[in-house]
Design a protein around this ligand. Sequence first.
Ligand SMILES: [Zn+2]
Length: 324
Amino acid sequence: MRMDVVAAIDIGGTNTKIGIVDRNGKIIARDVVPTTDYPDAKDLVTAVEKKITGILDSQLSSLNPQLKGIGIGAPNGNYFKGTIEFAPNLKWKGIVPLADYFSEALKVTAVLTNDANAAALGEMYFGGARRMKDFIFVTLGTGLGSGFVANGKIIYGHDGFAGELGHVIVMQHGRQCGCGRKGCLEQYCSATGIVKTYFEILRSSEPEAFNLLDSSKVDAKYIYEKAMAGDESAFYAFNYTGEMLGLALANSVAYTSPEAIFLFGGLAQAGEMLFNPTILSFEKNLLNIYRDKIKLLPSSLPENDAPILGAASLIWNELHNSRH
Ligand SMILES: [Zn+2]
């Protein structure tokens, strides 16, 4: 007996997580190395390689595991080239051919994509999008990431960078974005965006409360708890966020006509507080041919494991496609 497994790697600004995943999406072993300890990407690859071989040769040796490939989810990951390109939250500058490094180190196929695309595939293989061929996956974390699946495939576009909903401009001359432009969606609809909205609302509606506020304590969770306790400014911050998100999602529907849109990440965990205003605005702004038929759903991937499951599904997806 032997067991096919993939190594899934989630490159984060602070930590790089490693998971050994079976075909059913079960994470059978995991480990972690601190990304920040490796200013040279090659050294990180060596450290991860040692961890993976260690796990396969000792911890899992009784299963006789066969490593089928390495799936990597990374910020600014380019699927076509297997590179990480100019990632703002990583120490590695320029273009890093990470997939090549991994495939040389472990002598198997390595596939890399950006973290949101990986998570979208994870939703398709192991989450709520099973049996769906057309859907949009949106992560609402520090920023806003997205993956578009059409006809059963992630849309990568001409150069591998398709699906950047977070940087669609929703407000002319709006908030300054990290990308250098102004008014991008992620400046409004993300964990950091809602904090900005809350401050704006509070500053104009309750200036005294705003002046007394310890702004370092305010994050999306704080605003959520306030809103749940009946605080109007916090409630309106969610309303405004949902309004902007619903509008942007309604527009994005016109490109791919999805069956569903999945929301993932910290902000999506606010549940109805976010979903109610989002759905209201979404339906209001949809072109009539799409109305009342596109599901807006919370992701069913477990928050902590989504990046690993997503990275793993990159390889299962590759193997699946190569059979056809
Ligand atoms: Zn931007």
